[in-house]
Design a protein around this ligand. Sequence first.
Ligand code: SF4
Ligand code: SF4
Length: 120
Amino acid sequence: MGSFHLARMSMRNLFSKPATRRYPTEAPSFAPMTKGHVVNDIALCILCGICVKKCPADALVVDKPAGTWAIDPFACVQCYTCVRACPKDSLSMLPDYTKAAVGKSVHVEKKPQQPETKKG
Ligand code: SF4
Ligand code: SF4
């Protein structure tokens, strides 16, 4: 490689945009259909448990009496199966990555309490 070529390459790199991004101060952009993490719009969820049965990674738990839906984000393999299977379209895959954590944890969504209806 000639010195002229090397100098030209150095100058081009000196004045061009950096190839890397200053993460996390500069937010990354995600391609459409990026497999990020699963979220549940709990207001739409009927706690039917279909997503639990379909999940190949045992990442989901539904507790109907307690009114909760839970996901272990460290077990989820972002396969999209639960999102496709949900009959209420309450599940979606957000195109951003699960935040780094120092310990494993389960994310729990609880259905809001329904106001009691008076009988009689
Ligand atoms: S399949 Fe959908 S509606 Fe049924 S428990 Fe899962 S998230 Fe809720
Ligand atoms: S995306 Fe796949 S692995 Fe993750 S919770 Fe849904 S079904 Fe389970």
